[in-house]
Design a protein around this ligand. Structure first.
Ligand SMILES: [Zn+2]
Length: 275
């Protein structure tokens, strides 16, 4: 599943489209997680792309028409989505459901075999959109800090791992990054959230940011591959301490990495290093 770093790298890869004008929009298959609005080809034609931002795992593409009216298109990659920037002569393939073709001959193409992704029109006030309005802070923003985390988990008894993956608390801490940052902060993922001290919260926040930044840096260096027409839309090549390493020796103490299910998600940890 594309996580926050992959979405952010996708956004950066689309920046060459800024200030380009839409020639046409093609919907080949509208049945995504929600139907792609049928009005989009008409709405977006001749509009200029004036902004590309990200909120959680949504890419917000802001368009402006010739009356200087703006609107925002939300793009989400779901479980298996991938957005490519291609020459418009590049033929669409089986799972290429949505295109925005620009006047400079480039096309933004969404491929999504499992169709859990989304293309939605959010109008002028995207932050009021039902999908965005209840989201917690961005993990890399200063608003997400040790004090904030400690304050907001004081009454939560669920495992800290499950808690930090709750997008109402903080967005973008996916399964890999939760396991890895808890290892780096030396916190057992099964610890009830309300038992994590302020000092440990400070450390955990620092490691969440560091883990995400490592992934962004790895992604930045492979941007060309990520945007190619072939290749794999999987995770950026990274070295993990615990994720997916059940039974292998801990890179710090040498004892075998354990796996446990928490909130239906595989969770990897070292019982010796993480207490
Ligand atoms: Zn260890």
């Amino acid at each position: 599943m594309p996580e926050l770093p992959e979405v952010e790298i996708t956004r950066r890869g689309l920046l060459p489209l800024l200030n380009q004008t839409v020639k046409k929009v093609v919907i080949r298959n509208a049945s995504m997680r929600w139907p792609i609005p049928a009005h989009l080809p008409k709405t977006l034609e001749n509009q200029k792309l004036i902004g590309l931002t990200r909120r959680a795992k949504y890419i917000l593409a802001e368009f402006q028409n010739d009356k200087s009216e703006n609107g925002i298109l939300l793009l989400h990659l779901g479980m298996s989505g991938r957005i490519s920037l291609l020459d418009r002569n590049y033929p669409p393939e089986k799972h290429d459901h949505f295109d925005i073709e620009f006047n400079d001959k480039q096309v933004l193409r969404l491929r999504d075999p499992r169709r859990f992704g989304a293309v939605l029109w959010a109008g002028l006030e995207p932050n009021n959109h039902a999908l965005l309005s209840a989201l917690g802070p961005e993990p890399l923003d200063d608003a997400f800090n040790g004090k904030y985390l400690h304050q907001n988990i004081r009454t939560r008894t669920a495992a800290i791992k499950t808690t930090i993956m709750d997008s109402h608390l903080v967005v973008g801490v996916g399964n890999i990054y939760a396991s890895e940052s808890l290892f780096r902060a030396r916190i057992n993922p099964q610890t009830p959230a309300n038992q994590v001290s302020l000092a440990k919260c400070e450390k955990l926040v620092k490691e969440i940011k560091a883990t995400l930044n490592d992934a962004l840096n790895a992604g930045g260096s492979s941007l060309r591959d990520f945007f190619g027409t072939d290749g794999n839309p999987g995770y950026f090549q990274q070295e993990y301490f615990v994720y997916g390493r059940t039974g292998q020796p801990c890179k710090v103490c040498g004892r075998p990495i354990k796996m446990v299910r928490l909130g239906q998600r595989s969770t990897f940890y070292c019982a010796n290093c993480q207490r």
